[in-house]
Design a protein around this ligand. Structure first.
Ligand SMILES: *Cc1c(COP(=O)(O)O)cnc(C)c1O
Length: 404
């Protein structure tokens, strides 16, 4: 791996780390960091101040807003900066629910959403709303037919993620958007794993609300945005000053917003090029990994993010696998970053019908543009050895899958 911020440090190839956890977070691009520094030093003004220093910051935010709008085919006035994907998801769900409660109290989502959607929906249920959690098929796909039959007279919101962060499955978003529009229901999509990775056009896809997060496309952490289509009835969650057109109060995180703007521009400009490279790495990894006996690919074979590989190895414990990979300088994850510390069984793989004893042996490798085919080869060399070692140690492994 070539770490973009470490030029000249003199790291040798041998002790280089292989970072394959890009769905958890990505390194900030050098150009992005440089842009950000300027707004922490020279241009430190509060965008609400009326003097020139304030105006410089204000201008930088509006410039970033333009870039975000352009990246998803929205209007500038439809972009609101937030503290990240989690806040954007919370705002979309709670904000739509409370602003439209006179129209209805029913919300439809899926059973494989990120916890920032699922837990917001669960909280909303406690506020006398009703939530339908759509099931998914074995690939993690929501069925448009099932969505149609879940719609009721009082459905006010459909919130379905664009692509899943654990298994990479991409939903039929355009079809879902069409159904939502035909039924005059707001459609929110958590596109945190998608922005900067797949081209998005909110108009063509009939999306009313879309969540994105800077640190998933080589921008800074703690900064995201919510796209809210003009005319959408939504409640404000954070009250205070007049920032973000009085819809999201608090002094703007100017350096991060500037960084997010730069990062989204760079990522969307490079989508085609980077996807080509990622597809090649992803597919060699998948091809290589499934030659290990009793190994299964999770998620959809083709309709999946270019950077996502998720597999189960039977008879072993994902945690041990991660620790052994870590010891070899390979950084991966079991499912989502959020689940990895809690040892919780993946709700995504459970919804896909994977048996609990098999979920235990799951591994997610998520690629980024710092990875190379050399990294892929290295992983394909090391990983099968570790799997075999663990299988030899596991009491669950049948004799035929052991070696002496
Ligand atoms: C990372 C992630 C989030 C949360 O975004 P943060 O900016 O980390 O709060 C939400 N949804 C998905 C699909 C994600 O991958």
């Amino acid at each position: 791996m070539v770490i973009n911020n470490c030029e000249g440090v003199g790291v040798t190839v041998e002790n280089m780390k292989i970072y394959m956890d890009n769905s958890a977070t990505t390194p900030v691009k050098k150009e992005v960091v440089e842009n950000m520094i300027l707004y922490m030093t020279e241009n430190f003004g509060n965008p609400s101040s009326i003097h020139d220093l304030g105006k410089t910051s204000k201008h930088a935010i509006e410039n970033a807003r333009k870039k975000v709008a352009k990246a998803i085919g929205a209007g500038e006035s439809e972009i609101y900066f937030t503290s990240g994907g989690t806040e954007s998801n919370n705002w979309a769900i709670k904000g739509i629910a409370f602003a439209n409660r006179n129209r209805g109290k029913h919300i439809i989502t899926s059973s494989i959403e990120h916890h920032s959607v699922l837990h917001a929906c669960e909280w909303i249920e406690g506020q006398k709303f009703e939530v339908t959690y759509l099931p998914v098929d074995k690939y993690g796909l929501v069925s448009p037919e099932e969505l149609k039959s879940a719609i009721k007279d009082d459905t006010i919101l459909i919130s379905i993620m664009f692509a899943n962060n654990e298994i990479g499955t991409i939903q039929p978003v355009e079809e879902i958007g069409k159904i939502a529009r035909e039924n005059r229901i707001y459609f929110h999509t958590d596109a945190v794993q998608v922005v900067g990775h797949i081209p998005i056009d909110v108009t063509k896809m009939n999306i009313d609300l879309l969540s994105l997060s800077g640190h998933k496309f080589q921008g800074p952490k703690g900064c995201g945005a919510l796209y809210i289509k003009t005319g959408t009835k939504i409640e404000t969650l954070i009250h205070g000053g007049d920032q973000e057109r009085k819809r999201r109060a608090g002094t703007e995180n100017v350096p991060a917003i500037v960084g997010l703007g730069k990062a989204i521009e760079l990522a969307t400009d490079e989508i085609e090029e980077s996807n080509k490279i990622l597809f090649e790495m992803r597919d060699s990894l998948i091809r290589g990994l499934i030659t290990i006996p009793k190994t299964h690919l999770n998620g959809h074979p083709t309709q999946r993010l270019a950077n996502n590989i998720n597999v189960n190895f039977e008879y072993i414990e994902g945690e041990s696998l991660l620790l052994m990979l870590n010891a070899k300088g390979i950084f991966a994850s079991a499912g989502s970053a959020c689940n990895s510390s809690s040892l919780e069984t993946s709700h995504v793989l459970t919804a896909c019908g994977v048996k609990p004893e098999i979920i235990r042996g799951s591994l997610r490798l998520s690629l980024g543009m710092m990875n190379t085919l050399k990294d892929v080869d290295k992983v394909l060399e090391i990983l099968p050895e570790i799997v075999q070692k663990l299988r030899n140690m596991s009491p669950l492994t049948p004799q035929e899958y052991r070696t002496l």
